[in-house]
Design a protein around this ligand. Structure first.
Ligand code: ZN
Length: 171
């Protein structure tokens, strides 16, 4: 039996744009301010407490007043009690500068087990938090991702990383 075609059905595409730089040197030549933020994220990796995953993540947030707030992942033997680097940085920024918009967030990582040569992207929970931080800021938040070395990915706004976001306007 032939299933009747539903003419109301439409396939749609979601396209996400991002910029790729081959390494931090190329990135620094094009985007000096954001390259400095990425450097600060690399520095924050050393502050990470990750004895369980051995995967150390560093994040750095640049606010509209020029202040950079760092974060790192902090694990705990009671697993859910830990927190990702991105949220550590964003929450610290909110706690210290509640009224200052967030301009950009850089994320990087280093593993004790393997070389991290691919850009590290934030987890879903962090993306949801980033969406709301961006909405509060009233401007797109630039996301910069790198591994320990290698390519740098730049996303202009959280929505390019997280389509069909859960919107506060429905609450
Ligand atoms: Zn996360």
């Amino acid at each position: 039996m032939k299933v009747p075609k539903n003419n109301n059905m439409k396939k749609q595409q979601f396209i996400s744009d991002y910029t790729v730089y081959d390494n931090e040197k190329e990135f620094a030549a094009a985007e000096a301010l954001d390259a400095e933020l990425l450097f600060q994220a690399h520095e924050a990796v050393s502050r990470s407490y990750a004895p369980y995953s051995k995967f150390h993540v560093g994040a750095a947030v640049r606010l509209a007043n020029g202040v950079i707030v760092k974060g790192c992942n902090i694990e705990n033997a009671a697993y859910p009690s830990g927190l990702c680097a991105e949220r550590t940085a964003l929450f610290a920024a909110q706690a210290q500068y509640p009224d200052v918009p967030v301009e950009a967030l850089a994320i990087t990582a280093q593993s004790e087990i393997t070389e991290v040569t691919e850009p590290v992207a934030p987890c879903g929970a962090c993306r949801q938090v980033m969406v709301e931080a961006e909405q509060r800021s009233g401007r797109p938040m630039r996301i910069i991702c790198q591994g320990n070395t290698g390519k740098v990915f730049v996303f202009d706004g959280v929505e390019t990383l997280m389509p069909f976001i859960f919107l506060t306007k429905f609450l």
